[in-house]
Ligand binder design. Structure first.
Ligand SMILES: [Zn+2]
Length: 69
């Protein structure tokens, strides 16, 4: 399982949604919106699965140093 990641619109930091899905499931997800209390900026964001990516597959976000793991 991989964590779904989003990008904080305030800081631009990758943020984990703490939601874990299988990659095969992730690709079949319909467009769903959810809320997250962002650990990067402390504000609440609405994000959509269409803008999320998997932590193991950073194809939508550039990897930076400081990633936990
Ligand atoms: Zn944020």
């Amino acid at each position: 399982m991989s964590s779904m990641m989003i990008r904080c619109p305030i800081t631009g930091e990758p943020v984990s949604t703490a939601i874990e899905v299988e990659p095969t499931v992730f690709r079949k997800l319909p467009k769903v919106s959810a809320r997250i209390l962002c650990p990067a900026c402390g504000q609440e964001h609405v994000w959509a699965t269409s803008s999320a990516w998997l932590a193991d597959e950073p194809n939508n976000g550039r990897r930076r140093t400081g990633t936990a793991g």
